[in-house]
Write a protein that binds this ligand. Structure first.
Ligand SMILES: *Cc1c(COP(=O)(O)O)cnc(C)c1O
Length: 350
């Protein structure tokens, strides 16, 4: 009996022995007093890697995006975002509930926001209108199968938004996947955007944490909002140490995850009854269709789980998500593909 192959998410990664050792050895202090040297070191390195002046260690990507929205906006503002984005779909309406903000989705194509729609959506001055307070964009894009928003596209978005006096926040939960896949720096991918959240707890293999990066003034105010949300943390260098280790040692290996995702996509495309375009897979997320729609996808997911392969639950569109990550190698992907072929709706009856 071999252990299950868990392709549900890159959040299931466990810290490596070296990362645990870095956590054990971390120098600590009270970070609410600004006295935890390990947190300070993580924030400095994160700022440097993203080309920003400053950074703030936060508990999660959701908290980073919320703190960013609170910091950029005022109550009653509108936040423009993509119609498939994480902030809109999966963050418990925090912007609305806690920030008094209205989310205004525009169409997105492989993660890129429709610029004409944004132009038409940014508000002018009128007594009836809320103020447009922020544009937020996701890179890589989860629901668009890990698609990368490239530098040129980012530059056009930032130029349009800044032209209207509106700041841009990047939900870069997996921005390092984009940087590694394209061979460019995260700083270049920012293309002048005002802030970014990235996750340490996904492909980078940390147990907890995200980092919000931006200008010095922005981060000073963000620190107050983080405190307001209850996340002023004390000897949290024990967790920041994992993040520091990840930024130094876990980034380049993301290329392996991309290779394995491509291997999965090519395999899935060759299985009758499953559908994916391998050319559309940029990074570590593969979202594929199952012939017969949602009921068939539910059955397929249960069957492959019984055979030891865990996949994400089908979305509203009946498609299934698999994600490659630290701990999954090419042997695992080949075993998963063999199971998929056996459980696919059109598998030959034996
Ligand atoms: C995971 C994710 C987040 C939120 O991260 P959590 O740490 O789970 O709160 C935000 N945006 C995207 C695109 C994500 O994939």
């Amino acid at each position: 009996m071999t252990s299950a192959i868990d392709l549900r998410s890159d959040t299931v990664t466990l810290p490596s022995p070296e990362m645990r050792d870095a956590m054990y050895q971390a120098e600590l202090g009270d970070d609410v007093f600004g006295e935890d040297p390990t947190v300070t070191a993580l924030q400095e390195l994160a700022a440097q890697r993203t080309g920003q002046e400053a950074a703030l260690f936060v508990t999660s990507g959701t908290q980073g995006n919320l703190v960013a929205a609170l910091t950029h906006t005022r109550r009653g503002d509108e936040v423009i975002c993509g119609d498939q984005c994480h902030v809109l779909l999966y963050e418990v309406a925090g912007c609305s509930a806690l920030g008094g903000l209205q989310l205004r989705p525009v169409p997105s194509h492989r993660g890129e926001l429709d610029l004409a729609a944004i132009r038409a959506t940014i508000r002018g001055e009128n007594v009836h209108y809320p103020r447009t307070g922020l544009v937020t964009i996701e890179n890589t894009h989860n629901r668009h199968s890990g698609a990368i928003v490239d530098v040129d596209s980012m530059r056009a978005l930032v130029s349009l938004s800044h032209g209207a006096g509106v700041p841009v926040h990047v939900d870069g939960a997996r921005i390092f996947n984009a940087a590694v896949a394209r061979g460019v720096s995260v700083a270049a991918l920012m293309a002048g955007a005002d802030s970014i959240t990235f996750c340490l707890s996904k492909g980078l293999g940390c147990p907890v944490g995200s980092v919000l990066c931006g200008s010095r003034d922005f981060i000073a105010l963000a620190r107050k909002y983080r405190k307001m949300l209850g996340a002023g943390m004390r000897q949290v260098g024990v967790l920041a140490a994992a993040g520091l280790y990840a930024l130094n040692h876990m980034i380049d290996r993301l290329a392996e995850d991309h290779e394995n995702a491509r291997r999965l996509a090519l395999g899935i495309a060759g299985i009758p009854g499953l559908f994916v375009d391998p050319e559309a897979i940029d990074t570590n997320i593969v979202i594929f269709g199952v012939q017969g729609g949602t009921p068939a996808a539910e059955r397929f997911r249960a069957d492959v789980a019984n055979a030891g392969v865990k996949t994400g639950p089908p979305g509203a569109d009946g498609r299934i998500r698999v994600v490659t990550h630290y701990g999954i190698d090419s042997g695992h992907t080949d075993r998963a593909l063999a199971v998929f072929a056996r459980c696919a709706p059109l598998a030959p009856v034996r």
